[in-house]
Design a binder for this molecule. Structure first.
Ligand SMILES: Cc1cc2nc3c(=O)[nH]c(=O)nc-3n(C[C@H](O)[C@H](O)[C@H](O)COP(=O)(O)OP(=O)(O)OC[C@H]3O[C@@H](n4cnc5c(N)ncnc54)[C@H](O)[C@@H]3O)c2cc1C
Ligand SMILES: Cc1cc2nc3c(=O)[nH]c(=O)nc-3n(C[C@H](O)[C@H](O)[C@H](O)COP(=O)(O)O)c2cc1C
Length: 601
C-alpha cells in the first residue's frame, strides 16, 4: 500500500477484495487512479444521485416544464419555489430542480425550460450553476431548436455586470437555436413586482403553447430537496432572537476587526446544518440617520408611508433603507433633485462616476453637496434595506440552542473619516448582549459535509471564511467522524488574526484535525497567501484527492477563491499529467460529483 492513510480507508475490505484492489492499483496510471477514486466515491456516497438521474429522465418525458433554480443567497431559490407552486395551481405540470442537481447533458430533451438565476462575483453565475454554465457555453452544448425558454434574472444595479449571468444564458440559448417564450427580465434588488408581472406573462405564454404541447397535467411533485428545515421563520418573517455574546476576536493591533457573536435560539424551534448561513435584518446607525436628515434639512418627526404604515422618517431610514452603499443611480437621481454642477460633471462621464461611487459613501456625497428636500424626495432614490448573510460558525450538535457567527467589520477611511458597513457596523458597534436581533436561516445544500463521515475533507479559507469550517469541525467531532480533516487558513498576522486558535489546537491534539496550514500574509517581507501553502503541499493534496477527499473553499470571492482555484488546477495538471483543459475538466467533474464546493462572497 502507498501510505497509511490509504490503508486506513481500505480497512473495511476483506483479503480477497484487498488483493483485487492491489492488483488494479499496481496496473493503473495516476490519471486512472484519480478517475477510479471519483468512480468509487460516487457509487459510495451518491447512491441517491442515480435515483435522481432516473427520476430526472422520467420527469423530462412526463413533464413539459422544468424550472431551474440557480441561487446563491436564496432569492432565486424562493422565487423558483413560488413559480413551481404558481404553475401547479394553474394545472401546469412542472418540475423544480436546483442547478447543481440538473442533468444538463439531457437539456435538448426539454420542452419548456424556465431559468431563475442570480448573478454573483463579478458578473458570474451562482456557484451551483457553474457546471451548467460551462457546459452551455462550451462547444459540447447541443442544438436547442426544440426548446422554449424563459429567464428571470436577479441582480443588483450597483454592480458593474448587472444580471450578467442571466444575460449570458439568454444569449447562448438563442445561439443554440432555442426560442424565448417571453423576454428575459433583469430584476434589481426590489424584484417583487417585476416577478409577479413576469410570472403572469409567463403563464399566458405557456397557455399559448398549448397547441404545441399536447397537454399539461398537475404533477404530484416530490418536495424540492432544498426545502427549508425551518419553515416557521423566513426572510419575510424573521425570528427575534437574543444576543448571548459579542466579542472582538482579533488582536488590539490587528488591521481587521472581527467579532464572534452568539445568538440564543432557545424556544424558537430553529434548525440549521453546518454550511447554512443566517440572515440578519440590521438597523442603520442612528447617528448616520440624523446626519442624513440634517443634510437634507428634513424634520426627523416627519411622517412617511412605508408598506401602508405611517412612521417617522427617522424610523424609515433606520429600518427600511440602505444608507451605506452608494450607486450610480443614486448619484444620478440626487443630481436630478439638486442640479449640482460638480455632480452633473461627474455623472456625464461613466468612468469618473464609477470611481466617484467607489470612493464616496452616500453620506459623504450629501455632506459635500447638501440640499434641502422633502422626505418623499429622499426616499424616492434610496434602495430598500436588504438583509445580510453570515455563514454559521457553530453546529447544533455542539450548541443546540445557539447560532454563532464570525463577522468582519467593513471599514473605509476616506479623507480621515471612518465609514462602517451597514450590517457589520451594526453587529459590531451597536448590538449588545441581551439585545434582540432579527434573523432567519438561509439553507445552503451546496455546502454540506459529505454524508459518509469517513470521507476526508480539505477546507480552504481566508479571514471570516473560516466560519463554516468551525461548524464542520464541531459536527465531525460530535459525530466521532473518522474522515481526515485538513484546514488551510490565511489572515494578515499570526499574533493578531488567528481566529479560534485555541479551538483548532484542541482539535489537533484530539486528532480530529489531521493537517492545518496557515498563511500569515504580513508576517514576513514577501506576502504569503493560502494558495502558496496549498502549492507547497501539492503532492499530498493530490493524494487526498485520489482518496476521495471533498474540497471546500470559503471566503473572499474576488481574490482568494480565484487564486486558490488556479493553484488547484496547477496541482491537478502537474500531478495528473494533464494539460490545462483536462485539468479544468477534472475539477469540473469534482464539482459535479459534489467534491469541490465553494461558498464565496
Ligand atoms: C453566503 C454569504 C456568507 C457570508 N458570510 C460572511 C461571514 O461569515 N462573515 C462576514 O463577515 N461576512 C460574510 N458575508 C458578507 C456579509 O453578508 C456582508 O456582505 C458584509 O458584512 C458587508 O455588509 P455591510 O452591510 O457591513 O456593508 P455594506 O453597507 O453593504 O457596504 C459598505 C461599503 O463597503 C463595500 N463593501 C461591502 N463588502 C465589502 C468587502 N467585503 N470588501 C470591501 N468593500 C466592501 C460596499 O461596496 C460599500 O461601499 C457573507 C456573504 C454571503 C453572501
Ligand atoms: C458577493 C455578491 C456578488 C454579486 N455580484 C453581482 C453582480 O456582479 N451583478 C449583479 O447584477 N448582481 C450581483 N449580486 C447581487 C445578487 O445577484 C442579488 O443580490 C440577487 O438577488 C441574489 O440572488 P440569490 O439570493 O438567488 O443568489 C451579487 C451579490 C453578492 C452577494
Amino acid at each position: 500500500m502507498k501510505n497509511q492513510n490509504l490503508f486506513n480507508l481500505l480497512l473495511p475490505l476483506n483479503t480477497e477484495q484487498l488483493n483485487y484492489l492491489n492488483k488494479l492499483d499496481s496496473s493503473c496510471s495516476n490519471i486512472q487512479r484519480a478517475w477510479l477514486s471519483g468512480y468509487f466515491w460516487k457509487s459510495a456516497n451518491q447512491i441517491s444521485d442515480s435515483c435522481t438521474a432516473d427520476t430526472d429522465r422520467s420527469n423530462i418525458n412526463n413533464s413539459l416544464i422544468t424550472i431551474i433554480s440557480a441561487s446563491q443567497t436564496g432569492n432565486a431559490k424562493s422565487l423558483s419555489q413560488r413559480l413551481h407552486e404558481y404553475l401547479n395551481k394553474h394545472n401546469k405540470k412542472n418540475r423544480l430542480i436546483n442547478a447543481i442537481d440538473y442533468k444538463f447533458k439531457k437539456i435538448q430533451n426539454e420542452k419548456i425550460l424556465i431559468l431563475i438565476i442570480s448573478t454573483q462575483g463579478e458578473g458570474e453565475p451562482p456557484e451551483e450553476a457553474i457546471s451548467l454554465y460551462k457546459f452551455i457555453i462550451s462547444k459540447k452544448a447541443p442544438n436547442l431548436k426544440n426548446l422554449c425558454y424563459s429567464i428571470f434574472s436577479l441582480g443588483d444595479k450597483s454592480y458593474n455586470f448587472f444580471c450578467q449571468a442571466g444575460k449570458d444564458f439568454d444569449k447562448r440559448f438563442k445561439e443554440l437555436g432555442a426560442t424565448s417564450l417571453i423576454d428575459r427580465f433583469d430584476a434589481d434588488i426590489e424584484y417583487e413586482d417585476a416577478y409577479n408581472k413576469w410570472s403572469e406573462n409567463l403563464l399566458k405564454s405557456i397557455n399559448n403553447q398549448n397547441q404545441h404541447a399536447q397537454s399539461f397535467f398537475t404533477s404530484s411533485n416530490k418536495k424540492n430537496q432544498s426545502a427549508d428545515l425551518t419553515d416557521s421563520f423566513s426572510r419575510k418573517n424573521p425570528a427575534k432572537a437574543v444576543v448571548l455574546a459579542n466579542q472582538k476576536i482579533t488582536g488590539r493591533n490587528s488591521i481587521k476587526d472581527v467579532y464572534h457573536i452568539e445568538i440564543d435560539i432557545n424556544n424558537l424551534n430553529i434548525k440549521y446544518k453546518p454550511g447554512d448561513a443566517v440572515g440578519i435584518w440590521y438597523k442603520n446607525d442612528p447617528q448616520l440617520v440624523n446626519k442624513i436628515i440634517k443634510f437634507c434639512s428634513i424634520d426627523s418627526l416627519d411622517k412617511v408611508n412605508i408598506k401602508n404604515k405611517i412612521i417617522t422618517i427617522f424610523d424609515a431610514l433606520t429600518n427600511h433603507f440602505e444608507l451605506t452603499n452608494n450607486t450610480k443611480d443614486i448619484v444620478k437621481n440626487y443630481v436630478n433633485i439638486t442640479k449640482n454642477k460638480i455632480l452633473q460633471n461627474i455623472i456625464s462621464d461613466e468612468i469618473h462616476l464609477e470611481d466617484y461611487i467607489a470612493n464616496t459613501p452616500f453620506i459623504k456625497m450629501i455632506h459635500d453637496y447638501p440640499e434641502k428636500m422633502s422626505s418623499t424626495q429622499l426616499l424616492s432614490f434610496l434602495r430598500p434595506l436588504t438583509p445580510r448573510l453570515y455563514s454559521i460558525s457553530s453546529s447544533q450538535a455542539e450548541t443546540p440552542n445557539e447560532i454563532h457567527i464570525t463577522v468582519g467589520v467593513i471599514k473605509k477611511v476616506i479623507s480621515g473619516c471612518v465609514y462602517l458597513g451597514g450590517s457589520s457596523g451594526y453587529l459590531s458597534q451597536s448590538l449588545k448582549v441581551d439585545d434582540i436581533v432579527k434573523i432567519f436561516i438561509e439553507t445552503n445544500n451546496n455546502f454540506r459535509l459529505p454524508e459518509n463521515p469517513d470521507i476526508p475533507i480539505i477546507m480552504i479559507s481566508s479571514g471570516t471564511g473560516i466560519a463554516p469550517f468551525r461548524a464542520f469541525m464541531q459536527q465531525r467531532d460530535n459525530d466521532c467522524a473518522k474522515g481526515k480533516n485538513w484546514i488551510f487558513f490565511g489572515n494578515p498576522n499570526f499574533t493578531e488574526d488567528f481566529l479560534y486558535q485555541i479551538e483548532w489546537q484542541q482539535y489537533i491534539n484530539k486528532g480530529l484535525i489531521t493537517n492545518m496550514n496557515v498563511a500569515w500574509s504580513r508576517d514576513q517581507e514577501n506576502k504569503l497567501y493560502v494558495q502558496d501553502k496549498i502549492q507547497e503541499h501539492s503532492k499530498e493534496i493530490w493524494s487526498w484527492i485520489q482518496e476521495g477527499a471533498v474540497i471546500y473553499i470559503c471566503g473572499n470571492a474576488s481574490n482568494m477563491a480565484k487564486d486558490v482555484e488556479k493553484t488547484l488546477l496547477n496541482i491537478i495538471s502537474k500531478n495528473g499529467n494533464m494539460n490545462l483543459e483536462n485539468s479544468e475538466e477534472f475539477l469540473n467533474d469534482l464539482r459535479l460529483n459534489k467534491r469541490y464546493k465553494r461558498d464565496v462572497y
